[in-house]
Every structure is written in structure tokens, then in C-alpha cells.
Design a binder for this molecule. Structure first.
Ligand code: AMP
Length: 557
């Protein structure tokens, strides 16, 4: 049995870790020493993919063929609000797949975000194999707590395309809590906040941890706020100043913009520990007389803080809303965990301290903590780690259509997995021949706003007046979020069973086609930084469910 690696598949950066021989999570670095990999994939005109820092650099000269932020698209419809927002901003094309899913179009070829994700996963797998010196085929991969089944399944599909068996999908805040050891400190129920400010997104999760059971009580955030906004604000100011001094518009010189953007990010990082820093960029561009502009600037942390105060102000509202959604006050939060590189910025830490009235926990590396948590979880699965049991919950309500447009919850969100619920329905017509029950996931009372999971039909019902024939519906969700539904007519015992595999948007046939195509491409020329993967189809264990007490309820499916 090969080891199971832990992967943080991030919006801006990704990271891979494994448990070392002492049972401690350890980051696996690339051969060049990089501990995180930018989640960027750049395509050459012939379709060869490059992943990571090299791809990000190509974003300057090859912007329309360089894809970033694919995690914002995975398992999503193109007409979702934040997808349209991202499509307006992104320098590459975002298009609708035939089923309405958000894909990208590069060099005229439509590509699913699952395939983009697979390139990143394949690169991380390669990093892990080189660092460990052994083949790697299995991984635990983290996703945001608010990802629905389609987004989770699409992430699994990316794994399958990359030749990685994703043995478990883990919520990012749960991974962070595991890596911080938040579950061990005390027995009994504790409330923690996981404050995650990365490069492109801000996520806040309020969780309870009770003897190894992690429950996400509420999530919130801002999908359009991250460290890159700080860099952009800083960059815009310097571009204005250079224009005032030299009358040169750097925005028309991509290479100069790229150097300046990198310098701004580096300066921001330096200023998170020092009060002042210097940016020096010789030969940044030429002025109107053809003389080189040798740019140099000494800047203080205070000045960058002033420039970005409004960004900081946007952090508070999602935190208070998440607390309110969880029905808690700031005083109920015992510990605040920091995730995401931007939480190193001292002003961000001050805001966190003001909101929660306590200093956030230090001691974990915020860029790496989620991958470390995934590795710790992998250790639980293989029995290498002695952590407490770790259970997950359903992220959204699961229920059925009632009447034309109503939604009745059968399994409320945050039900601990595995879980089972029963409902009994009576026929609504005399001599009704069949019942057909549609299952949905979501929180809206209007069923059309929720995501359809599937449908179960039981026919050949025995004849009888309306209300006399009763059908029992049993819904089970296992630890893998695999949903199975049984509909049984109570008098005859006739039943039908449906197992609903969440769909990430790609069919098995499409996934196999992508794998075959990539295999052919890699044998005819390789793909830059990525290796082609050996294919293993994800297998799922089935858990025995704990039935809940019968709960007969008349209803009309
Ligand atoms: P992540 O998505 O978690 O990798 O976070 C990346 C973001 O964190 C980028 O915007 C980085 O510029 C930012 N970041 C990383 N290190 C630091 C630091 N020392 N100070 C401020 N921001 C940082």
C-alpha cells in the first residue's frame, strides 16, 4: 500500500504534505525548494501544459492561454453570479459547456475546470513522488466547507483524470483545525473560528469540535477579496507615481507591469515583518528620451496600510454575519486559527483580534496548515496517526420536491455522516399507479433554486383509494457523501433502490476520454512541468448506517 498524501488544492496556491516517519505532517517541496505551487496552468499553442510558477510568469506574455482561479469554476454553472463576475475579470475566456457548466476556452479548445485541476494535481503528485522516491496513487484533498456535492465530485473527477485516487474529500477548516491540534487541547465541545485569507478569497468558518467530531456551524466570506487586492492597490499607486514622474504609462508595457507586480508582492511580504523596505527595479522601462528608468522606492508599512484600509474594513462584516448565523457571539469563540498567507499581514491580525476579542493562534504556517491537516487526516485513514475520530457532516439540506415548487427537508444540513432518515408518504389519487420522488440539495424553500440530485420512481403500486397506499422513503448518506435512496410500498414490500452519485458535470465517458487524450499527448511530446498519470478509478467504501427512529409523516410526494 502506497502512502496517502494530503493536498490543499487552493484557488491561488496549492500545497502537498505527508506524514513523516515520526507521524508529523511535513510539506513536500519541489526540486527547486518551492513549498507551494501556484494554481496556474499555461498552455502552449500546441496545447502543452505548464503548471506553477512558470505558468504564472507566462500570464504576462500569454494571458489568454494562462488559466488561474479554476477552483472558482469547478462544478459551477456559467450563469452563477460570482462566475459571471470572474468571467468579466479573467484575461482568458470562460465559456458555457453544453450542460451550462463553466469551462474555459484556450486556443479555441474548450477545457473543463476538472482538467485544469487535474494538471495541478498531477504536478503535486509528481512533486510528492520525487520527494518521497516512491509512486503515489492516493490522496486526501481539501475543499471549502461550502462546496456542494457537485463541486466535491468535480474535484474527485479532477483526481481521477490526474491518476490520483482521492480517498477522501476534507473540509479546509477541518483540516486547519486538525493541523493546529485544536481538537486535542481540551475534552468537551469547543467553538473555534477558522479565518482564511488567501491570495484571492476570504473564508470564515465557525466550527464546533467535540471529541473528534468537527461540525461546521456557519461559513461566510468574500470570494472577491484576497492578498492580490493588496498587491493591486499598491501597484496602481506606483504606476500613477511613475506616470507623474516620467510621463510613461507602464500599463502598456506588460513586462514592466509584471516586474512591478512581483516587486509589490515581495515588498508587502517584507513589510509584514519590517517597518520599511526598498523596491529597486533597474531598467524598468525607457522614458520619452529613451533613457532607462531605474526605479527605486523606500516605502513604509504604514503607507501600505493607509492605501489598503478599505480592504481591511471588508473583513469584519462576514465575520459578524457568520457568528450570527451560528447563533453565537464573539465571546463564545475559544480559539481563532489563521489560514492563508495574507493572515501574516499585521493589520489583518489586529482586525482579527478586535473582532474576536482575543489574539489569534500562532504556531502554524498559514500557507501550509491546510495541506498538513490533509496529511494528518490521511494518517487517520491509514491508522498511522492516533488522532481522535474525525467525522464530517452534510454541507447542505437534502430534501424532496413537494407540490409544484416547494422543498421539504428530509436530512437537515450538518447531519453527521453516516446518516439515515425515513419518511412515509400516502398516495394522493385513487388507484395511483406510481410515485416519483425528486431529490434536491440546498436551503431554499423554492425547489428550483436548489440543486437536483436525482429521482426515484416506484411503479406497479397496488390499487386502492387515495391515502390507502403508503410508500416509505429511506435516504442514506454514507461517509463519502454517497446518497442511496430506497422507496418501498409498505403492504406488498415492493421496493426500488437508487444510488445517487453526485455529478461533477463530466460523465465517466468524458473523464475516460480526457484521460486517453492526455495519455496520447504525453506519449507524443510530454507536457512541460506535468507528468502523465497512471489511472486508478476511485473506489468508495460503504459504511453501515445508523438508522434514526421511524418518523412516519403523511405527505404527498
Ligand atoms: P495563499 O492563497 O494562502 O497561498 O495566500 C497567498 C497570499 O498570501 C498572497 O497574496 C501572498 O502575497 C500573501 N502572503 C504570503 N506571505 C505573506 C506575508 N509574509 N505577508 C503578507 N502577505 C503574504
Amino acid at each position: 500500500m502506497s502512502r496517502i498524501i494530503g493536498i490543499d488544492l487552493g484557488t491561488t496556491n496549492s500545497c502537498v504534505a505527508v506524514l513523516d516517519d515520526r507521524g508529523q505532517p511535513t510539506i513536500l517541496a519541489a526540486a527547486d525548494g518551492e513549498r507551494t505551487t501556484p494554481s496556474w496552468v499555461s498552455f502552449s499553442p500546441t496545447g502543452q501544459a505548464t503548471v506553477g510558477t512558470r505558468a504564472r510568469r507566462q500570464g504576462v506574455t500569454n494571458a489568454s492561454s494562462t488559466v488561474f482561479g479554476a477552483k472558482r469554476l469547478i462544478g459551477r454553472k456559467v450563469n452563477a453570479d460570482d462566475v459571471s463576475w470572474f468571467a468579466r475579470l479573467a484575461p482568458f475566456r470562460i465559456v458555457a459547456a453544453p450542460n451550462g457548466d463553466a469551462w474555459v476556452r484556450v486556443n479555441g479548445v474548450p477545457i473543463s475546470p476538472q482538467e485544469i485541476g487535474a494538471h495541478i494535481l498531477r504536478r503535486l503528485r509528481q512533486i510528492a513522488e520525487e520527494a518521497l522516491g516512491e509512486p503515489v496513487t492516493r490522496a486526501v484533498v481539501t475543499v471549502p466547507a461550502y462546496f456542494d456535492d457537485a463541486q466535491r465530485q468535480a474535484t474527485r473527477d479532477a483526481g481521477q483524470i490526474a491518476g490520483l485516487d482521492i480517498v477522501r474529500i476534507l473540509n479546509e477548516p477541518t483540516a486547519a483545525a486538525l493541523a493546529y491540534g485544536a481538537h486535542r487541547v481540551k475534552e468537551g465541545r469547543r467553538v473555534i473560528a477558522v479565518f482564511d485569507l488567501g491570495g484571492g478569497t476570504f473564508d470564515i468558518s465557525i466550527m464546533s469540535v467535540d471529541n473528534g467530531i468537527f461540525e461546521v456551524l456557519a461559513t461566510g466570506g468574500d470570494t472577491a477579496l484576497g492578498g492580490e487586492d493588496w498587491d493591486r492597490r499598491f501597484l496602481e499607486r506606483l504606476v500613477d507615481e511613475i506616470f507623474d514622474q516620467h510621463r510613461v504609462d507602464l500599463t502598456a508595457i506588460p513586462m514592466a507591469m509584471s516586474r512591478l507586480r512581483e516587486a509589490c508582492e515581495e515588498a508587502k511580504k517584507a513589510l509584514s515583518v519590517a517597518q520599511n523596505t526598498t523596491i529597486a527595479l533597474p531598467f524598468l522601462a525607457n522614458d520619452h528620451n529613451g533613457a532607462p528608468i531605474n526605479y527605486e522606492l523606500t516605502i513604509s508599512r504604514e503607507r501600505v496600510e493607509q492605501l489598503t484600509q478599505d480592504l481591511l474594513d471588508r473583513l469584519e462584516a462576514p465575520c459578524t454575519r457568520a457568528l450570527a448565523d451560528a447563533g453565537l457571539g464573539a465571546g463564545d469563540v475559544e480559539e481563532v486559527l489563521l489560514v492563508g498567507g495574507m493572515t501574516r499581514w499585521p493589520a489583518v491580525q489586529r482586525v482579527v483580534e478586535r473582532i474576536y476579542g482575543k489574539k489569534p493562534s500562532k504556531g502554524a504556517n498559514p500557507d501550509e496548515v491546510v495541506a498538513c491537516g490533509a496529511a494528518a487526516y490521511a494518517g487517520i485513514l491509514t491508522g498511522e496517526a492516533d488522532y481522535a475520530a474525525l467525522l464530517d457532516v452534510t454541507p447542505h439540506d437534502i430534501g424532496i420536491r413537494v407540490g409544484d415548487s416547494g422543498f421539504a427537508t428530509v436530512l437537515p444540513r450538518n447531519s453527521m455522516l453516516p446518516v439515515r432518515a425515513r419518511r412515509i408518504f400516502a398516495t394522493s389519487n385513487d388507484n395511483q399507479k406510481f410515485v416519483s420522488i425528486e431529490l434536491f440539495q440546498g436551503e431554499s424553500q423554492d425547489v428550483s433554486k436548489n440543486r437536483k440530485l436525482g429521482q426515484i420512481t416506484l411503479d406497479d403500486l397496488p390499487p386502492g383509494p387515495a391515502g390507502s397506499v403508503r410508500v416509505e422513503l429511506v435516504i442514506t448518506v454514507d461517509v463519502e457523501s454517497l446518497l442511496s435512496v430506497v422507496a418501498r410500498e409498505l403492504r406488498t414490500g415492493r421496493q426500488t433502490t437508487v444510488t445517487i452519485r453526485p455529478s461533477g458535470g463530466l460523465s465517466q465517458r468524458e473523464i475516460v476520454e480526457i484521460i486517453t487524450r492526455r495519455r496520447e499527448e504525453s506519449t507524443t511530446g510530454g507536457e512541460g512541468d506535468v507528468v502523465s498519470g497512471r489511472v486508478r478509478v476511485t473506489t468508495r467504501e460503504h459504511m453501515i448506517s445508523t438508522p434514526e427512529p421511524d418518523e412516519p409523516e403523511p405527505g404527498k410526494p
